[in-house]
Design a protein around this ligand. Structure first.
Ligand code: HEM
Length: 300
């Protein structure tokens, strides 16, 4: 869908932002400046994961029920307020790929010039995002059928679903937000960012293929493995791709880039001729060793 819909209304609800009609037209020079602000924000708050998750939900459809994503909306709202000539859709998607690159991931050459959705209601019904555990809202008999259905409905193949799931190499499950994960693990007790939660990988602020390695190994009780992760190495239709990305980070980066672009363009309406931003030299992403420095920076 064209982002944002519920996200925008939430921003208006939960911050001092004035609700505005979704008529923003993106200027490239303003989007470039906004990217600098995003880089500063992400470096300061270590909020890469939740920014990536916001963009994924805004592409798949913003889900009001789950999640704590208003944290990400509120983090980005001052930048949205500062750059009125940047659509929310472009801001959220640009912030996500900037965060991925800053975390050591690939440069993802998104196209910009996205229209914001005209209203506050999503054109795609809530509940179209995947669940992480039963009951599967589509009546599926298990996680494999559920994921095949949900991603298939969005137009993704099993390979594309498996590679997109690798986005969770960043970040954590917060039990107080989603109900999944532990309140704290040895990898999260000191942050960086707000302490707590269960990550998928020890180095959960680095974008790499450790998600697949750790989901396959399942050798660490301080790392989370959801049913929807576990099935990647169990379902015959998923496993060849999961094995490939577990063994080959270059293949993961290449295929992730293509699938991320496709995800970000679901239902997009363009303002005119889309444009891209030139890649920049990135500040190296914070590594997990940062936790040893006892960094405690709140996301909120
Ligand atoms: C395959 C189906 C998926 C399921 C069932 C799923 C489920 C979840 C759940 C339950 C959380 C924990 C939220 C919290 O407690 O804060 C989460 C976090 C996250 N997800 Fe997914 N997700 C899926 C796919 C994706 C995709 C495709 C992406 C990106 C391309 C993604 C990116 C993230 C990120 C970055 C986080 C960490 C957020 C944070 O640390 O605040 N997920 N996911």
């Amino acid at each position: 869908m064209a982002a944002p819909t519920h996200a925008e209304s939430r921003a208006a609800d939960s911050s001092s932002a004035t609700p505005e009609a979704s008529t923003r037209v993106t200027r490239k020079d303003q989007l470039e400046l906004a990217r600098e602000d995003v880089k500063n924000l992400v470096s300061e708050k270590f909020c890469h994961p939740i920014i990536v998750r916001l963009a994924w939900h805004d592409s798949g459809t913003y889900d009001k029920v789950d999640s704590g994503l208003e944290i990400a909306v509120n983090l980005l709202q001052p930048i949205a307020d500062k750059y009125k000539d940047v659509s929310y859709a472009d801001l959220y998607q640009m912030a996500s790929v900037t965060a991925i690159e800053m975390a050591g991931g690939p440069h993802i050459p998104l196209r910009y010039g996205r229209k914001d959705a005209p209203g506050t209601e999503s054109p795609i019904s809530i509940g179209r995002l995947p669940s992480a555990a039963p009951p599967w809202q589509d009546g599926a008999s298990g996680p494999a059928e559920h994921l095949h259905n949900i991603f298939g409905r969005m137009g993704f193949s099993d390979q594309e679903h498996v590679v997109l799931a690798g986005g969770q190499t960043l970040g954590r499950c917060h039990p107080e937000r989603s109900g999944f994960g532990k309140p704290v693990t040895k990898y999260t007790e000191h942050g960086p960012g707000k302490p707590g939660g269960s990550p998928w990988t020890p180095d959960w602020l680095t974008f790499n293929n450790n998600y697949y390695k750790k989901v396959k190994a399942q050798d660490d009780p301080d790392l989370v493995v959801l049913e929807t992760d576990d099935v990647l190495f169990k379902e015959p239709g998923f496993r060849p791709f999961a094995d490939k990305y577990e063994q080959d980070q270059d293949a993961f980066f290449k295929d992730y880039t293509a699938a991320h672009i496709k995800l970000s363009e679901l239902g997009v309406e363009w303002q005119g001729q889309p444009f891209t931003l030139e890649p920049e030299e990135q500040t190296p992403g914070p590594k997990v060793e940062a936790k040893l420095e006892n960094l405690q920076v709140s996301e909120e």
